[in-house]
Ligand binder design. Sequence first.
Ligand SMILES: [Zn+2]
Length: 95
Amino acid sequence: MSAVADQSPNTGCLIGFRCPNRKCRSYGGFRIGISTVMEVQDEGVGEQTGDNEWSYDDYCECMKCGRSGIVEEFQEDYQKWRRSRDKKKNRSRRR
Ligand SMILES: [Zn+2]
């Protein structure tokens, strides 16, 4: 048996999510700053009428190591893309 599976166990809300911290690499949970719509009167906050949604530039934080950033940075695809981009950048330094 391999020690740490490199395959995400997430099949629900956290599909594609992974902590970008190399020492953590946790698959969850995460604290995410969601965007939603609330009914707000002068007396206070009422019902939530919007969906619980987040976008790639919303706040995200790893509950295991405390690493924070935006949702995009917590996507495995994005991390892979950035690693390959960094590799290319190191090979040919221009500008
Ligand atoms: Zn983490």
